[in-house]
Design a protein around this ligand. Structure first.
Ligand SMILES: Cc1cc2nc3c(=O)[nH]c(=O)nc-3n(C[C@H](O)[C@H](O)[C@H](O)COP(=O)(O)OP(=O)(O)OC[C@H]3O[C@@H](n4cnc5c(N)ncnc54)[C@H](O)[C@@H]3O)c2cc1C
Length: 641
């Protein structure tokens, strides 16, 4: 006998409130949430639970976005608390009873619970519907234009739009200022293919990094979707018999673009303690940047992840409401990964827990603004924070101070202040915290670092002191750094980092940071004979292969030379010649491995060429003095041709 079934949307909708408690005659809805993914699903439910009339628009046919249809089922850090925890609890209850259990939160279970919560709270759901335009008067949003296959094009008006598309689609349609990627080449973090498989009766997903994509370029995005589906990593030959399950239809985008907000939260703000005193939630993670091409990242990110080796250290990042408001706009909020953080910090402020909290915070701000008929910018922090504290979305125990009081050393930022501790740390094989502690003390430690650097019988102390000295901009570090480069020092300092960096190419990076002209011959030598750069001290990180080592040396050497040329116009001719010679080589293929993907590595040759071309173009605008070029060549004993 067939199962007798009443569609559950009919049951759920019967108890639904009609219209919410704050009807407004002029608008179809109070809030329209566009994109019902990680942030948007919670934003819609939280708004409706506050009594607002909510329309949720989703281009796919399920709620949860990257966390459900995208197959990212597990949590990675993020801070706990907030209404998403109740959703997860319910999803865990249905997982295993009505759907196949999963490692993490099962996609179908979470979708089911999100839909149930949304309908019960009164959210009107428009699936299979894409927002194609905004309705606005100057910088005040009034609604959206959508398209669905059944209904065609239609408009809906509202008092506040929450852009949860992950790509700031609505903000871009509204003309807001947008930033994309890192400064050197505009690239965002690598994307992944998410693979599903069965493991001991559980659905398990894992993420295989597949390269870079320009997320807002439809042609590039489509090509990467097609290419990555056919990548060797996904073919049957790479999997055991009956092992392969399926590839998620959406590629996993870690980062797209970011709005220019009323406030922008930057990595330098966080590291230099200029964070907001008025957070709406705390994000919590390490700077989980997946690319190993750190040479192309910002100098600050290099200092943290490569030069100090602090990749694994976690940061607690307070996010203010102003980072969810596009600069100059009203009635428009963003929630999700495109909030106003800089690219360096985006690798930390993107985790699912935090993005769900971001959705909740946006909803509560919209509620107060609509109730009091005030601008989003005028929402009083006192009431906003009180409401967010009620659910645990905002929780002072997640501040960095509170976390550091209860964490184990090295987990979150706890710096050394005693000179003896710093010396012992620098003399050890895990010097990361000591290096950054010395950098924080700064100039007043300079001469002490020089004296430690001169201790010939203590290799670690000497070399790690040179690294710390370079981080406080002292040129004296160059002698020892050059020694590390010449010997291709393969020692990899230990610590909590999953990305390990050999001391030799760390020194290359630092010589570029110092823009040390006398390093030019050695850097050019790396470009001429990159085959010399191999060997590790046995530690395995995310880039243990010889190919990776070569890529690291060459990419850091190129960027170091460019930094020297940028800082010292008189060395541009010399540097240009070396870079042009490098470009002229018959092959400039340099491969970089990808996280979670042992099946192929990515040719970064073209990317390096682009970086060189940009520098040469920049410099060609200003002609260098040929006499200076001659002098420099002579001063290096004619080593450069
Ligand atoms: C491969 C990968 C692995 C990750 N691993 C982890 C992990 O282990 N743990 C962790 O905590 N985090 C992880 N993350 C990070 C986290 O999953 C994401 O940063 C987060 O889910 C992004 O949430 P979001 O709401 O910004 O975007 P999404 O969840 O992607 O939601 C955006 C939604 O908007 C919809 N949409 C877009 N445009 C439109 C439009 N014009 N009209 C209508 N709808 C639209 C989309 O269909 C989607 O549903 C990972 C991310 C990736 C990509």
């Amino acid at each position: 006998m067939p199962i007798r079934w009443t569609p559950w949307t009919m049951v759920t909708n019967m108890g639904r409130r009609s219209g919410g408690s704050m009807p407004h005659p002029t608008y179809d809805f109070d809030v329209i949430v566009v994109g019902l993914g990680t942030a948007g699903a919670i934003a819609a439910i939280a708004s409706a639970k506050r009594g607002l009339r909510v329309l949720g628009i989703e281009r796919l046919s399920a709620m949860g976005g990257t966390g459900t249809t995208g197959g990212v089922l597990k949590y990675y850090f993020g801070s706990t608390g907030g209404m998403y925890e109740d959703v997860d609890r319910k999803a865990q209850q249905v997982s295993g009873s009505i759907y196949t259990p999963a490692i993490g939160i099962g996609a179908e279970s979470k979708q089911f619970v999100l839909e149930e919560e949304a309908l019960q709270a009164g959210v009107v759901l428009h699936y299979d519907t894409t927002v194609i335009d905004v309705i606005r008067t100057d910088k005040r949003l009034r609604g959206v234009a959508c398209f669905s296959p059944e209904r065609g094009k239609y408009t809906q008006t509202c008092q506040v739009v929450i852009d949860c598309t992950g790509n700031a689609d609505l903000c871009r349609m509204s003309g807001c200022k947008i930033r994309t990627g890192r400064q050197l080449d505009g690239m965002v973090q690598p994307f992944s293919n998410v693979l599903f498989k069965m493991e001991r009766d559980h659905v398990r997903t894992f993420y295989m990094d597949s390269g870079y994509v320009h997320t807002t370029d439809p042609l590039d995005l489509s090509n990467k979707i097609m290419d990555s589906a056919l990548s060797p990593a996904h073919l049957r030959s790479c999997f055991g018999e009956n092992d392969y399950f399926r590839i998620a239809p959406q590629i996993g985008i870690r980062e797209s673009c970011h709005i220019e907000g009323e406030t922008n939260v930057t990595l330098s703000d966080i590291l230099e303690n200029r964070a907001t005193p008025e957070p709406v939630f705390w994000a919590f993670s390490n700077l989980d940047n997946h690319g190993i091409d750190f040479a192309l990242e910002s100098s600050l990110l290099q200092d943290w992840s490569v030069n100090a080796g602090l990749w694994g250290m976690k940061l607690s990042v307070p996010i203010p409401l102003e980072a969810l408001i596009p600069e100059g706009y009203d009635r428009l909020l963003v929630a999700g990964r495109c909030l106003a953080v800089d690219h360096d910090l985006a690798s930390c402020v993107r985790m699912k827990r935090d993005m769900q909290k971001c959705g909740e915070a946006a909803a509560v701000a919209a509620y107060i603004a609509i109730r009091d008929q005030i601008s989003l910018r005028k929402v009083p922090y006192g009431e906003l924070s009180a409401l967010l504290r009620e659910t645990g979305c905002l929780d002072d125990s997640q501040s960095e101070e509170a976390r550091s009081a209860r964490s184990s050393p090295g987990d979150v930022r706890q710096w050394m202040t005693s000179i003896a501790d710093i010396q012992a740390g620098l003399a050890s094989d895990s010097p990361a915290i000591a290096i950054w502690s010395a950098k924080r003390i700064g100039a007043e430690l300079g001469n002490t670092l020089i004296s430690w650097m001169e201790q010939a019988d203590e290799e670690h102390l000497r070399k790690h002191s040179a690294i710390a000295l370079a981080l406080i901009d002292r040129q004296e570090a160059a002698t020892v750094l050059l020694e590390m480069v010449r010997e291709r020092d393969s020692f990899i300092p230990g610590g909590r980092s999953r990305f390990h960096h050999a001391r030799g190419y760390t020194a290359v990076c630092l010589l570029g940071r110092l823009a040390h002209q006398a390093a030019i011959p050695e850097l050019v030598h790396i470009l001429q004979d990159s085959g010399l750069c191999t060997g590790t001290n046995g530690k395995k990180g995310h880039h243990p292969s010889e190919e990776d080592e070569q890529f690291q040396y060459v990419s850091h050497a190129i960027v170091a030379l460019i930094r020297i040329g940028d800082r010292h116009p008189d060395s541009r001719l010399l540097v240009s010649q070396a870079l042009v010679d490098f470009q002229a080589r018959p092959t400039t293929e340099f491969y970089m491995s990808l996280w979670g993907n042992s099946h192929f590595s990515l040719n970064m040759g073209a990317r390096l060429r682009e970086v060189i071309e940009q520098a040469l173009l920049r410099w060609s605008a200003t002609n260098a003095d040929s006499r200076t070029q001659t002098d420099l060549t002579e001063c290096f004993g004619g080593k450069i041709h």
